[in-house]
Design a protein around this ligand. Structure first.
Ligand code: IPM
Ligand code: MG
Length: 352
């Protein structure tokens, strides 16, 4: 097959991990007789430096016209001034919104070989295999009004947590369908004891659940979910939740697998191109040293093959290659090993 893939390496370790994933995609293309056309664009801090904005119209347009988008990371101390008029993260949020990718899938599977890399006790980690479905284009990140004002000469700031019925319905439906294809358990995570938006979320979720009688639905308050995610993580199958709750819970979930560097994500809308990115950030402290763990991005490329290109066998092959490399003890520094980004990528390529 032929596909156009836009690469957005971004900032920090982004370029290093994206080029590792491109090597894997190129190997997949060679073996399967596919042609992937790659084009590279700016996003985040590097776009601010070059163009004064974190996401140019040109980058957004290229992404909208692509079959899929692979992103590294955005941000860094250089652009962290809280009074700056533009921030790298705005580029990422505008891209997610501009692509309409409302569903962010974050699979979390503990690899047996890496149990010791997690601070949790091994018996807690056995059998952990869950997916967080994070709503990505609404909620606290996008609600209006947001901004600053002055009240009696004192500064005031506002963010708004807003959801419409339609926004809740489409993400919850997607989560139910995913649960149907797995262990048929869905935990809807909210804060319905306090937030009106969560009470609507719960209502709509119950309504949608009527269409999925084979899936066991439970409602979990987000504070309890945070606790259960470390107390009994293996009990979760699919979790679905608001944008910011999902952001927080998936960083917590990364502790289960041993490193932020391992977790991939797929952001999907209805139709259009998918956006694929590791859940980790730009890691400015190790940027440019060639030691970043490429697995999160390589596994994101596997999700790209599966969800945007329909290449299931190829996706599984990439996932197996990563698993086997880890099995054989090929480990980057974040996992207690000594391999750099390139050496780790070679290990994965050899097993592909
Ligand atoms: C993530 C990140 C982003 C988010 C940041 C970089 C804006 O933390 O993808 O989890 O909060 O969504
Ligand atoms: Mg995050």
């Amino acid at each position: 097959m032929e596909a156009n893939i836009v690469l957005l390496p971004g900032d920090g370790i982004g370029p290093e991990v994206v080029s590792a994933a491109v090597r894997v995609l190129e190997a997949v293309a060679r073996r399967g007789g596919h042609t992937f056309h790659f084009s590279q664009h700016l996003i985040g801090g590097c776009a601010i430096d070059a163009c004064g904005t974190a996401l140019t119209d040109e980058t957004l347009k290229a992404c909208q016209q692509a079959d899929a988008v692979l992103l590294g990371a955005v941000g860094g101390p250089k652009w962290d001034d809280p009074t700056a008029p533009v921030r790298p993260e705005q580029g990422l949020l505008a891209l997610r919104k501009g692509l309409g990718v409302f569903a962010n899938l974050r699979p979390v599977k503990v690899h047996p070989r890496l149990v010791s890399a997690s601070p949790l006790r091994p018996e807690k980690l056995a059998g952990v295999d869950l997916v967080v479905v994070r709503e990505l284009t609404g909620g606290l990140y996008f609600g209006q009004p947001k901004g600053r004002s002055l009240v009696d000469g004192k500064r005031r700031a506002v963010d708004t947590l807003e959801y419409t019925e339609g926004e809740i319905e489409r993400i919850v439906e997607l989560a139910f369908r995913l649960a149907q294809s797995r262990r048929k358990k869905l935990a809807s995570v909210d804060k319905a004891n306090v937030l009106e938006s969560s009470r609507l979320w719960r209502q709509v979720t119950v309504e949608v659940s009527q269409r999925f009688p084979d899936v066991a639905l439970e409602h979990v308050l987000v504070d309890t979910a945070a606790m259960r995610l470390v107390a009994n993580p293996a009990a979760f199958d699919v979790m679905v939740t608001e944008n910011m709750f999902g952001d927080i819970l998936t960083d917590e979930a990364a502790v289960l697998v041993g490193s932020m560097g391992l977790l991939p994500s797929a952001s999907l809308g209805s139709g259009g191109p998918g956006l694929y990115e590791p859940i980790h950030g730009s890691a400015p402290d190790i940027a440019g040293q060639g030691i970043a763990n490429p697995c999160g991005t390589i596994l994101s490329a596997a999700l790209l093959l599966r969800h945007s290109l329909g290449l299931e066998a190829e996706a599984v092959a990439v996932e197996r290659a990563v698993e086997r490399a880890l099995d054989d003890g090929a480990l980057t520094r974040d996992l207690g090993g000594s391999l750099g980004t390139e050496a780790m990528t070679e290990e994965i390529l050899r097993r592909l």
